[in-house]
Ligand binder design. Structure first.
Ligand SMILES: [Zn+2]
Ligand SMILES: [Zn+2]
Ligand SMILES: [Zn+2]
Length: 284
């Protein structure tokens, strides 16, 4: 019977009843603390280094004109593709709408060299970091999970998939890009799989406009009530190689769910020819 993680009217009871047993998982690295509900017996996730960004940053990976293909100097808030060259980079100029991403589209945010008025710029969201209050807790049957502590609108940015990026050669000698969160990562490494998820992932370009180096960001696909576990469909948002697609089992609700490892997944709508991203499942 769950005791400490039941949803109450305004949130979850972890902090209320076990205040001494909650702490900031990010140890101050995130702009909004990530609450960790330590288990009854003092159980906690296995050790890892909290990193709020994916590493290396785009500026170390990408050189030359691909780094930032355009800049702008808008004074009207960077919300209109007709005026803002950065917003126009996003397909059809469909970018954020009032700080929400309502449909999946690779998104190009304003960069460090844009002269736009930052406090008014509507085209910077993911780069501003974690704003949603999140809580890492022990699920009944799927290890650690993540839930939100506020009601979230559809299209709300939740967090990025942080980790260390590495390139490896695949079986056919093609380059395969990994983001590995086993040793270093952020709160997203605890997000569980579900075949009816409330999150989707989207490539967002914040520290480079190079299509090869997106930041992987999670957004809500519907309204999510406070206290609800946040989940992502590992299989739906990524394209597996045709030959491997059936090897991605849907095990949601099963105790084996945490052991799914996706192989060679490619992000949706990605323009790059070398765009295979493998999300390595974190086991704890
Ligand atoms: Zn602009
Ligand atoms: Zn700009
Ligand atoms: Zn801007």
């Amino acid at each position: 019977m769950p005791r400490d993680w039941r949803t109450t009217g305004t949130g979850t009871s972890c902090t209320r009843r076990r205040r001494h047993h909650s702490e900031d998982l990010s140890r101050g690295k995130e702009s909004t603390p990530v609450e960790l509900c330590v288990g009854d017996a003092g159980t906690r996730p296995s050790e890892f280094r909290y990193r709020k960004d994916r590493w290396p940053h785009g500026c170390f990976l990408s050189r030359g004109p691909a780094l930032f293909r355009v800049c702008c100097d808008c004074t009207d808030g960077c919300s209109d593709a007709k005026h803002c060259a950065c917003v126009a980079m996003t397909t059809g100029g469909r970018g954020y709408s009032h700080q929400r991403l309502l449909e999946p589209v690779p998104l190009y945010e304003c960069g460090p060299w844009c002269g736009c008025v930052r406090s008014r710029c509507q085209n910077r969201l993911v780069q501003r970091g974690l704003r949603v209050r999140l809580q890492v807790f022990q699920t009944e049957d799927r290890g650690w999970g993540v839930r939100c502590r506020d009601d979230l609108d559809r299209g709300t940015f939740v967090c990025i998939y942080a980790g260390e990026r590495s390139l490896k050669r695949g079986a056919e000698m093609e380059e395969v890009c990994f983001i590995d969160a086993n040793k270093e990562g952020n709160v997203s490494r605890f997000i569980n799989h579900n075949c009816k998820p409330n999150l989707f992932i989207q490539n967002v370009f914040t520290d480079s406009h190079d299509p090869a180096f997106p930041v992987i960001a999670f957004f809500t696909s519907r309204v999510v009530k406070s206290g609800t576990e946040l989940t992502w469909d590992y299989a739906a948002d990524a394209y597996a190689d045709p030959g491997q697609k059936q090897e991605v089992p849907c095990l949601c609700g099963s105790s084996d769910c945490r052991h799914v490892v996706l192989k060679r997944v490619r992000l949706p709508n990605c323009a790059s020819p070398v765009k295979q991203l493998q999300v390595l499942e974190v086991k704890d």
